[in-house]
Design a protein around this ligand. Structure first.
Ligand SMILES: [Mn+2]
Length: 417
């Protein structure tokens, strides 16, 4: 084995969770407040229990350039634990924590290397500098629009090399275009493993020669950062082959769920359906707590309740009374009601308008599937359409028909909602 390390990025320690925390019950607010710190502590514990050689942190350690003293102390405490366990740490800074931000004069442990504003190569094993090298660079200031990879220069080909960088690869439009570069730039750099930061959703951009990885942030921080979050445990064997293993380190998980009311007849049915959904979230969260945003969709009887003023708030309170005050908790942070009233299909079908005709045609096709060809005669002239349809099973065609009918009803039915 040449090397084992943990690759983390975008810790955003001391993220304020403003707004969300204000709306949350006390226990949830507390958990959110410490979530980024707890996740970082999980990373440190993982490094120690896995007995890795090094921890790499690819920027955005802190959430704000004027990082809090508390965040800085917590970060250094973790590095000290690693140092005491003989594990080295390598850190670069990104747009959220550039070198020109305020920083307390605190003592970093000897085993930690923080990269400056120019690339430097640092051995992971000081006694065996030819075994593995980390090439890293930090943002001198927040707005870095240069391609930093072009500043890398010659790379030592005899060692296993890691590039530690906070950058936007390939113009990812979900994130600011800091330190832009292409995957090709990285592929041609001579580096064996690019340990990237900046993009918060984990992505393996390239499996090998070089391996290029965004681990994502180790703790989700808002409703768009859903699912398990963590770090990569990386193993490099004697031939230089890289093995990647994702390890979750989050303490609170963000999820979005959708509940379709069309099959629900009573408010009790709705509550039961939501209960099942909450239990499913807990079961899938590997012991973590969950913050969920729920969307209600579809046409059905319980829309009568949901359209009353304050109904969503009442429902929210009822869910959270039951699920938010336990540990692990599920806290429903918002309900978005997109439901509509149930329709009287028979009445619509017997009408004189276009929708009535659509419904009657749909029923006709259900009775005699052959009539589908008559209705879609022009489409059947297209070779690709015929091929596509020939590949569908009867059940798939029936499902498509149901979907088309629902769409037509939504678009055409008069709705006093
Ligand atoms: Mn970030």
């Amino acid at each position: 084995m040449t090397l084992r390390y943990i690759h983390a990025a975008d810790l955003h320690l001391d993220s304020p969770f403003t707004g969300i925390r204000a709306a949350a019950p006390e226990n949830v607010a507390q958990t959110l407040y410490s979530a980024t710190f707890d996740s970082y502590r999980n990373i440190i514990d993982l490094c120690i229990s896995e007995r890795v050689d090094a921890l790499l942190v690819a920027g955005d350690i802190y959430d704000g350039a004027d990082r809090s003293l508390r965040a800085q102390q917590a970060f250094i405490d973790g590095l000290r634990s690693l140092d005491a366990a003989g594990i080295r740490s390598f850190v670069c800074h990104g747009n959220h924590d550039p070198l020109d931000g305020w920083e307390a004069r605190l003592a970093y442990p000897d085993g930690c290397h923080r990269f400056g504003s120019e690339f430097a190569a640092v051995p992971i094993f000081p006694d065996e500098p030819e075994r593995a090298l980390v090439y890293g660079i930090s943002y001198p200031t927040r707005d870095v629009y240069d391609n930093l990879v072009s500043q890398l220069g010659e790379v030592d080909e005899s060692a296993f090399t890691i590039g530690l960088l906070h950058a936007n690869v390939g113009g990812n439009t979900d994130h600011a275009l800091y330190a832009p570069c292409t995957l090709d730039d990285l592929a041609q750099s001579g580096i064996d493993y690019w340990a990237l930061g900046h993009v918060h959703t984990r992505q393996v951009l390239r499996e090998r020669t070089p391996t290029v990885v965004y681990p994502g942030n180790p703790q989700g921080r808002h409703p768009n950062e859903t699912g398990a979050r963590g770090v990569y445990l990386v193993e490099v064997d004697d031939t230089g082959n890289v093995g990647l293993e994702f390890r979750p380190t989050d303490t609170v998980r963000w999820e979005r769920i959708n509940i379709d009311i069309s099959a629900l007849e009573t408010e009790q049915d709705l509550l039961n359906e939501i209960d099942d959904a909450m239990q499913n979230l807990l079961d899938g969260a590997e012991g973590r707590s969950v913050v969920v945003r729920m969307t209600l969709t579809g046409r059905g009887e319980v829309n009568q309740f949901l359209r009353q003023a304050g109904a969503a708030e009442q429902l929210l309170a009822s869910i959270n009374d039951q699920w938010a005050e336990r540990l692990p908790f599920v806290w429903c942070e918002r309900i978005e009601d997109e439901t509509a009233a149930a329709i009287d299909r028979d009445a619509l079908r017997s009408g004189e308008d276009f929708l009535a005709e659509v419904l009657r045609t749909a029923d006709q096709i259900r009775e005699d599937p052959e009539t589908l060809q008559d209705g879609l005669a022009e489409l059947y002239q297209h070779r690709r359409f015929r091929q596509h349809l020939a590949n569908l099973t009867e059940a798939e065609i029936a499902a498509l028909l149901d979907e088309a009918e629902a769409l037509a009803v939504n678009l055409l039915a008069e709705d006093d909602r």
